[in-house]
Design a protein around this ligand. Sequence first.
Ligand code: AMP
Length: 198
Amino acid sequence: MSIRTVTVYAASSQALDADYIDAAARLGAVMARRGYRVLYGGGGHGLMGAMADAALDAGGQVHGIIPEFLTRVEQGHQGLTSLEVVADMRTRKARMLDGSDAVIALPGGCGTFEELFEVMTLKRLGQFLGPIVLVNTRNYYHTLLEFLRHSVTEHFMSQTHLDMWQAVPEPEDVPGALEQASPWSARTALETAAVQRR
Ligand code: AMP
């Protein structure tokens, strides 16, 4: 599929090991070089800020979407291609997926998990059909991926659902993963959404 606009979920934390910051910056540069337009949470700090800065430095287009209350406690990134201020977190999450062809999750905390799990659920139900790629820096997502497999073993999800996302070790692997992602259709989603008794 042709990928033009990519949503990036990423940590706000400013206390991370340099490996994570390096990976976020490399992802931003890779996105820009590929000509992908980036949608993200609009923050200027943490992995969000590192990704956005590097994408902008490499000539990319980066659009931030931030809820109004967060602009008061922290500055949204000031150098973005555009910064949209929205009413609340729910509106922000929906806007971050509007017109998006794919989702990438860098390492993050509960905010990133929540965004990632929402888009996984939307894909399971056929409401989002694009690739979902996790950047597994320092094997950060190892236990999460294992837990998702455990939910398949225990029949909360089916084997097919494991095709909805991929994890890659390096940011440079992301474009290939996006372009080679298993196809997903609303029909496949609805046929497999419920796990049936065998
Ligand atoms: P977390 O991984 O818990 O740091 O949350 C980061 C994710 O949630 C990002 O993808 C953002 O969309 C959103 N988010 C949480 N906290 C902030 C913040 N302080 N500034 C901007 N976005 C945030």
